[in-house]
Design a protein around this ligand. Structure first.
Ligand SMILES: *Cc1c(COP(=O)(O)O)cnc(C)c1O
Length: 490
């Protein structure tokens, strides 16, 4: 299968090349030309997670064999639980898909443990003999997951920019304590959108690319715009469905809803792609915090990023421009690249666009959206703990609450998979507050405190952090990002 740019369908490209490039030169994202259809019998019949990765990913990454992809998955996910993503049922029809049992305790590990291995192989397949430089903007979790995934891979260097305010201390420490030589971690005087647009600008700087190419470097992206990150995320939705069938909670072919706490629109896009490939999904429920651009967009068809930016209790979703939405627009406009280009140009120039009624209708056929405030999020953590004895993190709680509101409003009692995107210990302060405690003492005291309140032990990767030193101390403003990279590489 070839991939095309969402802004120019005449630009066809193989999967290995797309992985290496990250973003298309015209600014578009790589998207599939068509969708394979997987038989649910086949999916349910595959009981090993890595085998399912091979089965599904091979259809989207045709430069790689099924066997190669299964092998990459086996190595990428070897530290994960055997079930990869445990499914925990809260009551009859609500099922929490815990995607946070990887090395950095967030769902991004699924993609970011997979991508470096895929990229190394993609470089070989495309015959590129250069050191790949991964640049990532992070709202918190991408950074540590990228550093964890790429840090020890030969022939790759990683540079991560994180917004100085708006991420937790533990998140920062997870990144700045990285001691592999091929990593660079920089705090940005700005928010996530500043970091993301700075990275995008560097990626589209042709002069810089040519200069670095002479020195033996090639840029790649680990952000969720890379096609190699979307593919492994499609797999776990099929896996979750298969788990529900195997445990006889749903019958083969029965529809489910999928709720995803959403920021950059990568995770929920993967769920939508799964639907396109035959996963029986009734509604995709897009859950936001008070940065509610997406829920307004899905309700009205108007995307308007000209609004106040809020730092919330679910900081990994504090985003006003969701990059992966472009891939959904591409589907909603039936691969009309001119339409997508026009919308993206409007977004660039005015921060606003409106889609046609037809595209809006198509979007609402598949999607429902809602958002919740921080107060509601904390109350949801508290209620879920009290009623079900289940402790969720703030991001997941946004999903749980929006789903609850959806179910009340529509009366839809379809079985629902809620993506749980992070461990509650990653955002311990909010969890402590929600359970009625006080977040006192240093970070590690608070982790212990949460452990005592909940009876759940502190994940060892976080406990070990307390022994580590903050090694990366660089801070810069958005206009200095390029300079920092040059200084580091040359
Ligand atoms: C990144 C992240 C999200 C948002 O996921 P997107 O794919 O960007 O929509 C939600 N929750 C957590 C914990 C995250 O790290």
């Amino acid at each position: 299968m070839k991939l095309v740019s969402t802004r120019d369908i005449n630009k066809q490209i193989g999967s290995a090349e797309a992985i290496v490039a990250g973003l298309s030169e015209d600014g578009g994202l790589f998207a599939p030309t068509s969708f394979p259809r997987f038989s649910l019998e086949d999916v349910v019949g595959i009981s090993n997670y890595s085998d399912l990765v091979g089965f599904i990913a091979a259809a989207f990454l045709s430069d790689f064999t099924q066997e190669e992809l299964s092998t990459i998955a086996a190595s990428a996910y070897k530290g994960f639980p055997k079930s990869a993503a445990p499914l925990v049922s809260l009551g009859q029809s609500t099922h929490i898909l815990e995607l946070y049992h990887g090395p950095t305790l967030a769902f991004k590990d699924f993609a970011l443990q997979f991508l470096p291995r895929l990229l190394t192989m993609a470089l070989k397949k495309t015959g590129i003999d250069k050191t790949s430089v991964i640049l990532a903007a992070t709202s918190g979790d991408t950074g540590s997951a990228a550093l964890e995934g790429f840090g020890s891979v030969d022939g790759v260097k990683v540079c991560v920019f994180y917004p100085q305010s708006g991420i937790s201390n533990v998140q920062r420490l997870q990144m700045t304590s990285q001691n592999s030589e091929n990593t660079k971690v920089i705090g940005l005087k700005g928010n996530f959108d500043d970091a993301q647009s700075g990275v995008k600008q560097i990626f589209s700087d042709k002069e810089l690319a040519a200069h670095l190419s002479e020195k033996g470097y090639i840029f790649s992206s680990a952000n969720s715009i890379n096609w190699g990150r979307i593919v492994p995320q499609i797999v776990y939705y099929f896996w979750a469905y298969a788990t529900l069938v195997r445990t006889e909670k749903v019958t083969l072919g029965e529809s489910v809803n999928i709720t995803v706490p959403t920021g950059n629109f990568g995770n929920i896009l993967a769920a939508y792609y799964a639907k396109k490939c035959g996963l029986p999904v009734h509604k995709l429920i897009c859950a936001s915090n008070s940065n509610n651009v997406l829920s307004d967009f899905i309700k009205t068809g108007e995307y308007d990023k000209n609004r106040a930016f809020h730092i919330t209790a679910s900081p990994s979703m504090d985003i006003l421009v969701s990059s992966n939405l472009e891939r959904l627009l591409f589907e909603m406009h039936e691969h009309d690249d001119r339409a997508v280009r026009a919308l993206m140009n409007q977004l660039m120039s005015s921060g606003y666009y409106k889609i046609s009624n037809k595209a809006l209708q198509a979007m609402q056929d598949s999607f429902y959206a809602g958002y919740v405030s921080d107060a509601e999020t904390l109350k949801c953590i508290s209620d879920t703990w009290r009623k079900c004895g289940y402790l969720s993190d703030t991001h997941t709680a946004v999903g749980i609450k929006v789903h609850e509101e959806y179910a009340e409003k529509t009366g839809d009692a379809t079985h629902t998979i809620i993506a749980s995107t992070a461990s509650p210990f990653k955002f311990a302060d909010s969890a402590i507050l929600a359970l009625g405690g006080h977040a006192n003492g240093d970070d590690f005291k608070r982790l212990e405190h949460l452990s005592q309140m909940s009876g759940i032990s502190v994940p060892h990767v976080l406990r070990d952090l307390s022994q580590k030193e903050e090694l990366h101390k660089t801070v810069c403003s958005p206009c200095e990002m390029k300079r920092q990279i040059l200084d580091w590489l040359l």
